[in-house]
Design a protein around this ligand. Sequence first.
Ligand code: SAM
Length: 241
Amino acid sequence: NSVSADFSATIQAVGYCYTPYKQKFGIPRQPGLVNARGFIKLAGALNDPDSVRGIEQYSHLWILFSFHQNLEQGWKTTVRPPRLGGNEKLGVFATRATFRPNGIGQSVVRLHAVNNENGQVTLEISGMDLLDETPIIDIKPYIPFSDAIEGAQGGMAQQAPELMRVNFTELARNQLAQIAQQAPNQALEPLILGVLSQDPRPAYKKKADDPKMYQVALYDFDVFWKVINNQIHVIEVKEGM
Ligand code: SAM
């Protein structure tokens, strides 16, 4: 199904967002839930220091982006939000679903630095809920006096999700110690803690004892984990296939 009359504004990427999240499974469902670092590289005519002049005065930015990996599957007028166990249907506009008309996502992220090296303008950010290499449609300052609304009603999404306890096997701890020596700035262990404490499993699969071995891809590593007695156990961390 197509959206109503085409208003023929072609939308181009103003940049691309690079994050530790190489696959959709495991990405936090909203920004600010996991403090992972990432960066936006501006592209084309907007890869120009003038386009971000003064942006460092803001602590946070709104980024509008394309759910580019979902565009081909199209969208439906109603969706089944994972938070409601995947049973109940809500209108697509009553959710932050990733299959949407025009496929546009919106996230507020923390801005850490603006770099301009060898002709590439890069914004260092954190807290994003984006797949690696997501096309960015627009970047805007977060303006607290108008964007932070005291007492706003968040409906079914009033609270951040409950966090699960995350344990590491001896093997996983040793593997992480070795990886930390090779790539200290990736802070892989806190990233694994942040991502897995959100329990990335779909709501209808959240059994307290789950025989399945799950895997999330973070940076170039595959993290294997299971759920035993309602706690997450990281079994091992391996270089990605
Ligand atoms: N905060 C945004 C919003 O409100 O529009 C996104 C919320 S959406 C529930 C977050 C999820 O989008 C992530 O957990 C991930 O599964 C998915 N996602 C992130 N980047 C994507 C991309 N480039 N293509 C498709 N899905 C993506």
